[in-house]
Design a protein around this ligand. Structure first.
Ligand code: TYC
Length: 101
């Protein structure tokens, strides 16, 4: 093997793998008020009123909506916090996570 080929291969192997990203998914339900969903999206996911409203309406119409993608720990923490915010008010609001392909 030539020097050039060796060097090139070494460089490729040293590249760190990117951490797999995880989606946070908002699930629709029949009870949580729309405005409350928007408030949680704004507070936990730093969305504008307009972005939060669109995401909420997509979940409302289609059943689910991908909110954002993060590393696994951040995605799980945000999903838990969003779900807890609903539970504190007695709403069945739910966020889940799923690894990206
Ligand atoms: N479907 C709810 C209602 O009509 C509103 C809602 C939207 C709830 C999105 C959850 O993820 C959700 N009050």
């Amino acid at each position: 093997m030539s020097d050039i080929a060796t060097k090139r291969r070494t460089k490729v192997r040293l590249k760190p793998e990117r951490p797999r990203l995880h989606k946070v998914i908002l699930l629709n339900d029949d009870y949580t008020p729309r405005e409350f969903v928007v408030t949680v999206l704004k507070g936990e996911f730093r969305m504008s009123e307009d972005q939060a409203y669109r995401v909420m309406m997509t979940a409302h119409r289609r059943g689910v909506c991908v909110v954002a993608v993060y590393t696994r720990d951040v995605a799980e923490t945000k999903a838990t916090r969003g779900t807890e915010a609903g539970r504190r008010k007695g709403y069945p609001l739910q966020f889940t996570t799923e690894p990206e392909e």
